[in-house]
Design a binder for this molecule. Structure first.
Ligand code: PLP
Length: 764
């Protein structure tokens, strides 16, 4: 059973609401504009729901329109206010030139403001109202700017943090002024009284799907006397205020929810919700010592917890929660490449780590104590799984073995731990500042010692944290000895750790000090850590003052001489999650590299062509400096997905098929593959988390051509990376389970039931 803790994004549909919608679709399907019996019954239903909404919202006067949701309500309100301003201006009246909106508003508000401001050619200044670290509007700022405001937009409660705005304070500032006032009531509906009339709020949009009604239905309240312009013109429905045949199923469902609110039986009262929040908070504190809550509970909706855990990225926490069957969301907009820090938390001025690792849990007032108790139990299980996988500061009871090569990535910069499993000896290459604690923990938890902490070059886009890491793991390092600037023991020809060996090769180009580390064991050369000298799809830029562009060709030729064309190259940056590459692959993709290695381009011509490529190199999507100009997509667009239904024949077939679960160890522990994919019972399975995939790539490259590897993970994202990497490296029978486990028919995919058992019949 999955536990849904993402109610601020949307809620399940209340049983009463579902039945009400079904009954409209089955029987009462009339058009409320028709004058026959079916139409009249629909009209009666429409009127009844509106009357209920007026009671629930305490809005006996003013307009109350059914809309498709809050985004439409916001557009209508903004359009109404701005058309009014335009009319005022045309009539020669002086109107203030600014619109003020809360810095933490839902995107729908600032985007609507910018859109209509541009379309109507008003050229109003749109100014965000700053918020404090508590997330509430800066009323002093508002007071100072209110005289210039034609329109003020302030949400009632924030969707990411749950912070409740001080609407009385804002009302007091706006009292006696002409500014129109829009209050986005989406997250407040059913949770907070808005006192629309008393506070003289002009516009308040609401959304059904945030309160147990289906998507596609909402409400817009407009104060009596406030300017109004319809957004939709047409058949004249809703008294010509919002044309378009009404969404009767949605309206009936919303009516059922509003009735349930009025009835007072279905939804838990605020004090109970606050108790549930405390239980969840306590479970989080136990599971993740050091957790911080990003908004003060005293001024937040009791149903929202926005939290960050030091040392854990939002992505890691979300994967972990998901594996435990807890559906939560990032406190930030998670793009495919990078979880962008939340604009809301940034506006609150929270430290970068907090904004980057924020996760939101939000439940609903129709949840039950049993579900909350189960959620707490699962949160604690998440903490246990992390501890067992060495992801928390406490050491493990039984140290885990270290994989040969473990990769860590921060904003596309890569750090590697090379380990000798038998001797528990490691080398860290290119440590990153964000990872110091995590790596120290990783090493201690596994009982490893560290032969060296190395950099491949002096980095341009981030400081080396080698010194900080050495300080954090001083007890795991060999006795102090003189090191060069990159951490290599002075005068040493090679560096041994266990049965592994590192040698180095100077490759000036990207920087004067660029160095490649060659990793070998008894079986010979295994991989080369090449820093930014050769990256997947790019060569390191050589336009820094510390670069040596004229040495680049000789360095690349020396690299080829040392490793050949087919050794695995582990780069310092991996902008497209390609994992690893070889000179053969890069030669085919990068004409410059091919030119250098074939001798077609001399040092001078190469440097010139490269400089042309690097001129005005834009920053990366991570807002970091690009360490090389990327060329070609290197097969990134190749489809590697296979649907589970199509795998049936493969399971039965004669060819060998291996399923590889690339989720991290803590996810696998919480949610074993067999539970996610009962249909795969009996298949040959390997557990190889993406972070250690590099250790296995060479073995898979050597597999007979007809062996199929199907990578799988939660959503199909990581598995596609693995499959693409292996295909590029030569094994073509590499696939990714399309959509991941999330799209498999599952025994436990049912969402937890809401508190109320199904009622006998809908009220409408
Ligand atoms: N305003 C807030 C505060 C919200 O949370 C949302 C939805 O996330 C919206 C507006 C947009 O609502 P809808 O999805 O109904 O258009």
């Amino acid at each position: 059973m999955e536990i849904y803790l993402d109610a601020n994004a949307t809620t399940p549909v209340l049983e009463e609401a579902r039945l009400a919608a079904l009954s409209v679709m089955a029987q009462a399907f009339g058009n409320p504009s028709s004058i026959h019996g079916a139409g009249l019954r629909a009209r009666a239903l429409l009127d009844e729901v509106r009357a209920t909404a007026r009671r629930v919202l305490q809005a006996p006067t003013g307009r109350l329109l059914f809309t498709s949701g809050a985004t439409e309500g916001i557009q209508t309100a903004v359009l109404s206010a701005m058309v009014h301003l335009r009319e005022q201006r045309r009539a020669g009246r002086q109107v203030p030139g600014c619109v003020l909106y809360g810095a933490t508003e839902h995107k729908a508000v600032p985007e609507a403001l910018a859109h209509w401001n541009a379309l109507l050619g008003l050229e109003l200044r749109l100014l965000p109202i700053p918020v404090g670290t508590h997330g509430r509007h800066d009323l002093a700022w508002l007071r100072a700017h209110a005289a210039q405001a034609a329109l003020v937009c302030t949400m009632a409660a924030n969707n990411e943090t749950g912070v409740i705005s001080d609407l009385d304070g804002i009302a007091a500032v706006l009292k006696g002024r002409d500014a129109l006032w829009l209050v986005d009531g989406v997250q407040a509906l059913g949770k907070l009284p808005l006192h629309l009339i008393e506070r003289r709020i002009d516009y308040a949009p609401f959304s059904g799907h945030k309160l147990y009604a289906p998507k596609g239905v909402g409400l817009l309240y407009v104060r009596e006397g406030a300017p109004f312009t319809p957004l939709l013109a047409g058949g004249g429905q809703e008294g010509a205020q919002r044309s378009g045949t009404e969404n009767m199923a949605g309206i009936a469902a919303l009516g059922a929810v509003l009735k349930a609110l009025e009835g007072g039986q279905t939804f838990a009262p605020p004090q109970v919700l606050a108790r549930w929040r405390e239980l969840l908070a306590q479970a989080l504190r136990e599971a993740f010592p050091g957790v911080v809550f990003n908004a003060p509970f005293e001024v937040s909706l009791p149903t929202t917890l926005n939290l960050s855990v030091p040392g854990l990225a939002a992505r890691t926490l979300l994967d972990l929660f998901d594996a435990a069957g807890l559906r939560a969301s990032g406190g930030s907009a998670c793009g495919s490449a990078k979880a962008r820090p939340s604009d809301v938390l940034l506006a609150m001025g929270l430290p970068a780590w907090q904004t980057a690792s924020a996760v939101r849990l939000s439940f609903g007032a129709a949840d039950s104590p049993e579900v909350m108790a189960e959620a707490c139990r699962r949160l604690k299980a998440c903490g246990d799984a992390l501890r067992e996988a060495c992801q928390t500061p406490e050491p493990a009871a039984a140290p885990l073995p270290a994989e040969g090569i473990t990769r860590f990535v921060v904003d596309a910069a890569c750090c590697y731990i090379l380990a000798d499993r038998a001797f528990r000896e490691c080398v860290v290459v290119d440590p990153l500042p964000e990872l110091t604690q995590q790596i120290a923990q990783w090493l201690r938890c596994r009982g490893c010692t560290v032969a060296a902490v190395l950099d491949t070059h002096g980095h341009g886009d981030h400081a080396s944290s080698a010194e900080a890491l050495r300080a954090a793991i001083a007890d795991l390092l060999p006795p102090p000895e003189p090191l060069d600037a990159l951490g290599w023991p002075l005068g040493a020809a090679e560096l041994r750790f266990g049965a592994q060996r590192l040698t180095r090769l100077a490759v000036p180009g990207h920087t004067q000090d660029s160095t490649v580390y060659l990793l070998a064991d008894a079986g010979g050369l295994r991989a080369a850590l090449v820093g930014d000298t050769v990256m997947p799809g790019a060569l390191g830029r050589s336009d820094f003052p510390v670069s040596a562009p004229l040495s680049y060709v000789a360095s690349l030729q020396a690299l080829e001489g040392a490793v050949g064309r087919h050794t695995l190259l582990l780069p310092g940056h991996d902008y497209d999650n390609r994992l690893a590459t070889t000179l053969a692959i890069e030669c085919a993709a990068q004409p410059l590299l091919e030119g250098a290695l074939s001798g077609r381009l001399g040092a001078e011509a190469f440097a010139q062509a490269k400089a042309a490529l690097e001129r005005e190199l834009a920053p990366t999507e991570f807002d970091t400096m690009a360490c090389g100009a990327r060329v070609g997509d290197c097969g990134m667009a190749e489809r590697v997905e296979v649907r589970s239904a199509d795998l049936h024949d493969w399971f039965q077939g004669a060819e060998r098929l291996v399923l590889v679960d690339v989720r991290e160890a803590y996810e696998q522990r919480l949610s074993p593959l067999a539970r996610n994919w009962p249909g795969a019972a009996g298949a040959e399975v390997e557990a190889v988390p993406l972070s250690v995939l590099l250790s296995r790539l060479p073995d898979w490259q050597r597999l007979p051509a007809d062996v199929r590897l199907v990578f799988c993970c939660r959503s199909g994202n990581r598995s596609a990376q693995a499959a693409r990497a292996l295909r590029r490296l030569g094994h073509r029978q590499a696939y990714s389970l399309a959509g991941g486990f999330a799209l498999l028919p599952q025994a436990d995919a049912r969402v937890h039931p809401l508190k109320q058992p199904p009622p006998p019949a809908a009220g409408f």
